[in-house]
Ligand binder design. Structure first.
Ligand code: HAM
Length: 416
């Protein structure tokens, strides 16, 4: 019987790990430059956390969570996290971190789980990398999170991306917009699908996200035309900052986002290099979430990106870095002597391997070639006895017998 990975999961092979590490290294370096600190939280939380934060009426919470545990339990069931924002904010509040500092800029990388229909770029277990800047109402922070993600994309060579930004208003102007939207949509309800009809009462904004009836909704009023003065001013600073930092964007009134906590700025990065699942990252401001979860009443903004989607956009498979050497056991040398020399070299910071199958010199040379090692090291009984290693430069084929110390210098410097 052959086992298969569960539907919607993806193995990351050693070749893909090279790309993954390139992305992770670039992201870590960029986060550090922008002043973000790393946090790690559990991959599951009490289900109630997601109901309270991500939103009861969102698709993610209604249909897509992997929930387990005993519903009779006093604290309720658990759910695998469908996103990392709720756990991150919970951790900041629960850890009493706002008492130490009123503004936290944190980043995370880890798995998230959604019971979606799997397809290219859409998985049931995927990896999110993202930030939460919690504790500032400043529109410059909104811009900073967008500039930050654009920098990460630049660092990993993803150029075919688009940033779309929208403002969905605040608790002052959003109710006015909600009414305007409802008044526009009410007469259309009989022509809209069942899902839209259900959303009308529960969360009318989500109707704008409808893929089926998009055409019928193209004249719907736009949130951006219903903003109060404070939201307009906020958006003006966001736009001016993006322009000043030369991050291209366009306003798109259809961006409503699939989570309930957003206020004011919302945005999505997408890539034309991907198929229908083209969202690389999504985020926005959430000025009421921290307070509603029992924390201080502070504004926050963040985004999360799908690591697997960024890897797809990076394209191809990278070549793993070539080792410094491959040791060939020649003649009837003791293989443990060769092993010891290899370990000594590794302890000195060099990378390399040896043959573990006791094969012929010819076969070992084939391995040396395959690994792309810079040098092949020939170690026979004579070399062991004299305390030397015969180095073969795999680029030009030249050979040279040198003492171990000299061999280390050559391998380190790449010079003969
Ligand atoms: P989201 O838009 O639901 O936002 O997800 C962010 C990103 O995760 C998406 O743009 C996409 O790249 C990736 N993603 C989502 N679902 C899948 C999937 N099934 N398979 C592969 N990749 C996927 C959030 O999760 C918010 N927490 C973002 C945020 C942080 N807002 C404020 N702070």
């Amino acid at each position: 019987m052959n086992f298969q990975a569960p539907e919607g999961t993806k193995d990351i092979t050693p070749e893909q790990v090279v790309l993954w590490n390139r992305l992770e290294t670039a992201a870590r370096e960029t986060f550090a430059r922008f002043g973000y600190e790393e946090v790690r939280t559990p991959i599951f939380e009490y289900t109630a956390l997601f109901h309270k934060s991500s939103g009861e009426t969102t698709d993610i919470v209604e249909k897509e969570m992997f929930t387990f545990g005993d519903p009779e339990d006093k604290k309720g069931t658990y759910s695998l996290r469908p996103e990392l924002t709720p756990g991150t904010i919970r951790a900041l509040i629960e850890g009493g971190l706002f008492a130490k500092k009123n503004f936290w800029k944190v980043w995370y990388l880890g798995p998230a789980f959604r019971k979606e229909r799997p397809q290219k770029g859409r998985y049931r277990q995927f990896t999110q990398i993202g930030v939460e800047a919690a504790g500032s109402p400043d529109p410059l922070v909104d811009a900073e999170t967008m500039v930050l993600f654009a920098e990460i994309l630049k660092a990993v060579g993803v150029t075919a991306w688009e940033l779309r930004v929208n403002s969905i208003g605040c608790k002052e102007c959003r109710p006015v917009y909600r009414e305007a939207l409802k008044n526009h949509i009410r007469p259309l309800l009989p022509t809209l699908d069942e899902n839209c009809n259900r959303r009308f009462e529960r969360n009318v904004f989500r109707i704008l996200d409808c893929k089926v009836d998009a055409d019928k909704l193209k004249d719907a009023p736009k949130a951006i035309d219903h903003l109060c003065q404070a939201c307009k001013d906020h958006m003006a600073v966001v736009e001016a900052s993006l322009k000043a930092c030369e991050v291209p964007y366009r306003i798109d009134s259809r961006i409503v986002r699939g989570l309930d906590y957003y206020t004011r700025t919302v945005y999505e990065f997408s890539s034309s290099a991907l198929g229908s699942q083209n969202a690389l990252a999504g985020g926005g401001r959430y000025d009421t979430l921290v307070g509603s979860m029992g924390g201080p009443d502070v504004g926050s903004v963040g985004f999360a990106a799908g690591v697997e989607r960024i890897l797809l956009a990076m394209g191809g498979e990278a070549v793993p870095p070539a080792p410094d050497f491959f040791a060939v056991a020649a003649g009837d040398v003791s293989r443990s002597d060769v092993f010891k020399i290899v370990v000594d070299l590794r302890r000195k910071g060099l990378s390399g391997d040896l043959d573990f199958e006791a094969r012929s010199v010819k076969a070992q040379m084939r391995s040396a070639n395959k690994t792309g090692a810079r040098y092949a090291l020939f170690i026979g009984p004579e070399e062991v006895q004299k305390g030397v290693i015969k180095l073969k430069d795999m680029k030009d084929g030249t050979e040279k017998a040198v003492f171990h110390e000299e061999a280390v210098n050559i391998l380190r410097g790449g010079k003969k």
